[in-house]
Design a protein around this ligand. Sequence first.
Ligand SMILES: [Zn+2]
Length: 366
Amino acid sequence: MLSCMRCSRQFGDREIVWRCPCGGTLRLSGYGAAPSDGRGIWRYLRGLPLDASRIVSMGEGDTPLIECRFGGRAAWFKLDYLAPTGSYKDRGMAVLVSWLRSAGVTHVVEDSSGNAGSSMAAYCAAGGIACDVYVPDYTSSGKCVQIEAYGARLVRVPGTREDTTRAAERAGQERTSFYASHNWSPWFLQGIKTWFLEVFDALPEVRNVVVPVGQGSIALGARLAMEELRAAGRLERLPRILAVQPAHCDPLARAFEAGLDEPVRIEKKETAAEGIASAEPVRGAEVLRAVRETDGGFVTVSEAEIWSAHSSLCHAGLYVEPTSAAAAAGWDKLCGAGRIDAAEPTVVYLSGIGLKATDKIAGHVQ
Ligand SMILES: [Zn+2]
């Protein structure tokens, strides 16, 4: 059952809506997290009301969780950049596109900073859905090439990430296509939640998860998974969600520090962490609530800290995009400030592969 987070209006599972007419975000609830047969993410999604013959899957999920040591510190790293399209978005996109097919949608518009667009283009290609992807014109060329290679129509939008969103929303209204925004989609979050369910199955004693946050889907997915695990009697004390934002784009970190319930308006500056450069996160209030409910917190990282962490990860054999390095930088900072106890099992989330951002990384390799 779909319901509005603002006015509680309910919608049917196959209704082709991306948000409530009141402007509120939608939530899909009532499906447990009990693992079943099946592989990858589908092990956790058996109850979802999808048409089995319409599922689009390329083997997403089941990514490695490895222990790494940096300097004197150790943590577990969830390598979600090892996904079919090279980013964690595939977990959510497999579910979102399977739902689009179940609902009979044949043409979609998506807006993305790059990774979600690549993922949407790939799953739409596999599922036979026509797809237009709107990206900010500063998006890494690796992601743009990938989107077009899958056969999607790429539309570059000058200006900010938010200008891109507005252009895609307009296109979704004007054409006979559906605005399938992953940021708004409750189906997308159902897929994303599986990252934490995998972590919990492998490391039930996990105490902290350190995640990069732009729109916040990784944090929201973790919170959703924790809620389901607690409802099933498998988890009592929620692990802390520690959210990392670049200092150049930190509307949620500032709101958290100020005790506010909504993201604050900021003047965004350019950041290497383009995947989390979201000045107006649509589920911002939900992210703030999720972090507070787990007794978690926010930390911001500078561009220099992002690149330093990127270098450390590379030297450990982990080739990720700068957005993912922000999470490692945040973890390092939280440990240094005593906000993470070194003895506590901590998972750092790596979301996107470095090959996506070759042009940006090239300028920083010594
Ligand atoms: Zn509503």
